[in-house]
Design a binder for this molecule. Structure first.
Ligand SMILES: [Zn+2]
Ligand SMILES: [Zn+2]
Length: 194
């Protein structure tokens, strides 16, 4: 049994017996086939490029040092804390967070500093929205920060932070998880707000 084409592959109209394509349809049909082939090739190239980019990303991620991952996790964590506290006053002085800074930006200020308490650098109880000026005062603002912190999280939690002197060595994967978690949390927090 042989296949007999009854309709033109290009214009879909009926063919005469024995005819395979209309004479006038040959050129546009060939063009259409060529265009289809080029689209398929372009798509394959895009897919290959995407795979390569993912592979490059994976390789770059795999060779990141602890210092880089710590910084990335801190950036994500701090951004989340700033968004979380956007509507609150400064933790230490009670002024609006945007007060006194050109552009109204403010910091994520740590109660126990990142440098001296590495294990608390990503602890949500230990970090709050703080005016840049106050954050720059550093230890000079510690007493006021403590009072603001007690008002916000309670004395027991503040004392727990103060008593927490464990030594923690962050691992690469812990830091990746913290970074990704806080990026996600920030996204959820700002979702729906213009
Ligand atoms: Zn035709
Ligand atoms: Zn302040």
């Amino acid at each position: 049994m042989t296949f007999r084409r009854t309709r033109c592959p290009h214009c879909k109209a009926k063919l005469d017996p024995g005819q395979r394509i209309h004479q006038e349809c040959i050129a546009p049909w060939a063009d259409a086939q060529q265009a289809k082939k080029e689209r398929a090739e372009a798509k394959a190239a895009r897919m290959a490029a995407r795979v390569e980019r993912a592979e490059t990303r994976r390789r770059k991620e795999a060779i990141k040092t602890l210092a880089v991952l710590k910084a990335e996790a801190q950036q994500a964590f701090n951004a989340y804390i700033r968004a979380r506290d956007a509507d609150k006053p400064c933790i230490c002085c009670g002024l609006p967070l945007s007060a006194g800074d050109v552009g109204g930006s403010y910091d994520c200020g740590h109660y126990r500093s990142v440098g001296s308490a590495q294990h608390l650098r990503y602890d949500e109880r230990n970090a709050h929205g703080q005016r840049k000026q106050c954050n720059r005062w550093g230890a000079g603002r510690a007493v006021d920060y403590r009072l603001g912190l007690i008002a916000r999280i309670g004395l027991a939690a503040v004392e727990a932070l103060e008593a927490d002197n464990r030594v923690h060595h962050w691992t690469h994967d812990e830091l990746r998880e913290i970074r990704d978690t806080y990026r996600q949390k920030l996204k959820q927090l700002t979702k729906g707000t213009p």
